[in-house]
Write a protein that binds this ligand. Structure first.
Ligand SMILES: C[S@@+](CC[C@H](N)C(=O)[O-])C[C@H]1O[C@@H](n2cnc3c(N)ncnc32)[C@H](O)[C@@H]1O
Length: 190
């Protein structure tokens, strides 16, 4: 009896390790070749994002390059009635955030969707807010699309990086240490 129990435990352990291994491979290889920061927004600035974005119950909030989904999960805790859309092309991050959003939506009645897509393929015509943490070169490639397709008044909250050819409406200095990431947030309005 004990030996059966032990072998079940060993098999379960092996399966969990295999899943963890595949997950890490997806995360690492999914990020290779990307010309954008791999890291996630520091949790300590999530409150700043919330206070700058001013989301309300009618908002449609897009996080372009949503990573592990922390920005949208945090905001959905604060404003549960808004709609949240994460766009991500790293399969590892996507699996993680999709599973998490499934349970949050089901048990906490939120409206978060996480989708596998690339920046250039998404329809942003219903967006009220867009949140990005992407290098300026990527931001610049999206500027014309934003200017042509976003509803007037759509806000773009960009962490750390700004467009080369468009000035932000407002710039927020988060007064973080000199060597910390994400020290500024730029607010644009289209
Ligand atoms: C710096 S991370 C930001 C993660 C998250 N938004 C956060 O703030 O914590 C940028 C994310 O963009 C994703 N990404 C890079 N290129 C992409 C593309 N073409 N389409 C969709 N997502 C992309 C990366 O996989 C990465 O997760």
């Amino acid at each position: 009896m004990l030996s059966i129990f032990l072998s079940i435990l060993i098999w379960l352990g092996a399966i969990i390790i295999l899943f963890a291994f595949v997950f890490v491979l997806l995360l690492v290889f999914g990020g290779l070749g990307s010309r954008n920061p791999f890291g996630q927004v520091p949790r300590s600035i999530l409150r700043d994002i919330e206070s700058i974005a001013l989301i309300d119950s009618k908002s449609n909030v897009y996080n372009i390059g949503s990573g592990d989904g922390r920005v949208l999960f945090y905001l959905s805790r604060k404003i549960p009635t808004a709609k949240y859309f994460g766009i991500e092309n790293n399969p590892g991050f996507l699996i993680f955030s999709k599973v998490k959003s499934f349970f949050i939506n089901k048990f906490l009645k939120r409206k978060i969707s996480m989708d596998y897509s690339s920046f250039d393929q998404i329809d942003l015509s219903t967006a009220t807010h867009i949140i990005t943490y992407l290098y300026p070169e990527t931001m610049d490639t999206m500027l014309t699309r934003f200017e042509n397709n976003l509803k007037p008044g759509t806000k773009l909250i960009s962490i750390s990086f700004k467009f080369t050819l468009r000035e932000p409406k407002k710039e927020f200095n988060l007064r973080r240490g000199k060597y910390k990431l994400a020290r500024k947030i730029y607010l644009y309005e289209f």
